[in-house]
Design a protein around this ligand. Structure first.
Ligand SMILES: Cc1ncc(COP(=O)(O)O)c(C=O)c1O
Ligand SMILES: N[C@@H](CCOP(=O)(O)O)C(=O)O
Length: 467
């Protein structure tokens, strides 16, 4: 399998190179040259398999010869062996034909672990083979950062720098990033919002001298391997609910558009997905895009679902590539316009977008009401991001005969204040985590400035001159 850039002018790479590269050298994102498909019989044959075996079968065509089958099975087994539920991502029924897909049973209690635990193993295998040293820099609105730190802490040949928006993540999320004691972990609180952090991250990648000098690698969902790992759970959930013999719908709390893009990929591979609902909080650029046909960034407004406080959804670029018939230069032009504020989709692109996705936005009050309603109806505590999904699923429910799965993206205990305010009950952190988070915090405040970041990262990575 070969990977091409959404902007059409970066080298075409194999899976392993694309994974290690992160962002393409023309500023685009890597996507497979073609979409592999699974027949109805191949999908039906997934019924009853372990999560690990399904993961192997779904991801294998994308990985090509980067890893031997034995190597790849071993990486998958180690990744999901750290999940605290036998099903890895269990489905929980919440209504007559309504389900939550719990994606938070990994070590940091958010769906990011599903991909990050896997790519931690893939990077490790690959680096052991080549003897390379890398500097991972990640931008986070809260969950990617802790998942990346957990996957790479103490790993030989890897320095990890995580940029999070100062004062805009929950206390638990911050402590997950600032309490690890390993010397290769560097938590950086940037003066700005998540969009600033992600923009500076892209600046670092687009400075090729710096990028090559420090051996920059990315583990945000700009990295194709992150999205790929998330495709798997659409298959496990849909097959458990009757696919390929009937369609299954999904509602996905959305920020950077990685998780829902994984659903789009599953559909492209042949999984019969009914509705694919984009659920946004008040930072609703994606919902507005579907409503108005204009993809226009606003300012980020802090919300009670902080991990989705994003207005520049990085993976939307991957979808644009599809909507514009894989024309890299057209995508490059649109991304240039987004840099200046935004753009209008062509009629053809908008028609295809609306044919593929539904969307809804949850206000702060609607999010709180959805947490309260879930508690009243089921006794379950849900995190505010999941609640945004529950609200959107209700608004865009569609045919009641089609199962609706809402992705439960984080454990409620990561956002105890919002959950307690809605239900009167404060969710408890699992003991193993509570203990780990009680240590002293280590964090460096950084300006929203690429030169300052470069100096700090080069120093931390032990690289003298990078320019
Ligand atoms: C808890 C939680 N839910 C939902 C999202 C949105 O996922 P995505 O960025 O893949 O759209 C994120 C992060 O972005 C998150 O951390
Ligand atoms: N919500 C994310 C934002 C970064 O998303 P990613 O999927 O591109 O890594 C977070 O929690 O950091």
């Amino acid at each position: 399998m070969r990977y091409v850039s959404t902007r059409g002018s970066a080298p075409v790479l194999g899976f392993e190179e694309a994974m290690l590269a992160g962002l393409a050298r023309d500023g685009g994102l890597y996507v497979p040259e073609t979409w592999p498909t699974m027949s109805a019989a191949e999908i039906a044959a997934l019924a009853g398999l372990t999560y690990e075996e399904t993961a192997f079968r779904v991801m294998r065509p994308f990985v090509g010869d980067a890893f031997s089958d034995d190597e790849f099975r071993g990486i998958i087994a180690r990744a999901y062996g750290r999940f605290d539920h036998a099903a890895r991502v269990p489905l929980v029924q919440t209504g007559p034909n309504d389900w939550l897909l719990e994606l938070f049973h990994g070590p940091t209690l958010a769906f990011k672990d599903v991909a990050m635990q896997l790519i931690g193993g893939m990077f490790e295998t690959s680096l052991a083979r080549t003897g390379k040293r890398i500097t991972i820099v990640g931008a986070t609105s809260g969950d990617t950062g802790s998942a990346a730190i957990e996957a790479f802490r103490g790993k030989e040949g890897v320095e990890v720098f995580i940029l999070f928006p100062d004062g805009r993540v929950s206390d638990v999320q911050r402590r997950q990033m600032t309490t690890p004691v390993e010397a290769n972990v560097h938590a950086l609180a940037i003066a700005g919002d998540f969009d600033d952090a992600q923009a500076r991250l892209k600046d670092l990648f687009n400075d090729h001298a710096f990028r090559d000098g420090v051996g920059l690698a990315g583990v945000n969902s700009i990295n194709w391997a992150r999205v790929l790992a998330q495709v798997v759970y659409y298959f496990t959930a849909a097959v458990a609910l009757g696919a390929p013999h009937r369609p299954v719908s999904f509602t996905v709390p959305t920020g950077n558009f990685g998780d829902i893009f994984a659903g789009h990929v599953a559909r492209r591979m042949g999984l019969p997905i009914g509705r694919l609902v984009i659920a946004t909080n008040q930072n609703d650029i994606l919902h507005r895009t579907l409503e108005t046909g204009e993809h226009r960034r606003g300012s980020v407004e802090p919300s009670i679902s902080p991990s989705m406080d994003i207005q520049v959804s990085s993976n939307f670029e991957r979808l644009l590539f599809e909507l514009y018939d894989r024309e890299g230069p057209a995508v490059a032009e649109l991304m240039g316009e987004l840099g200046k504020g935004g753009f209008a989709l062509s009629q053809g692109a908008l028609g295809r977008l609306r044919a593929e996705f539904d969307s809804a936005r949850a206000s702060e009050a609607e999010t709180t009401a959805a947490i309260a309603e879930a508690y009243r109806a089921t006794g379950m505590l849900v995190c505010p991001h999941t609640a945004v999904g529950l609200h959107a699923a209700k608004v865009r429910r569609g045919d009641p005969a089609v199962p609706m799965v809402v992705l439960a993206t984080a454990h409620p205990a990561k956002f105890p204040d919002a959950v307690e305010a809605a239900t009167g009950r404060r969710p408890d952190l699992p003991e193993r985590l509570a203990e780990a988070l009680s240590g002293p915090e280590r964090v460096e405040k950084v300006a929203n400035d690429v030169a300052a970041l470069q100096a700090l990262i080069a120093r931390g990575a032990g690289v003298e001159a990078v320019r």
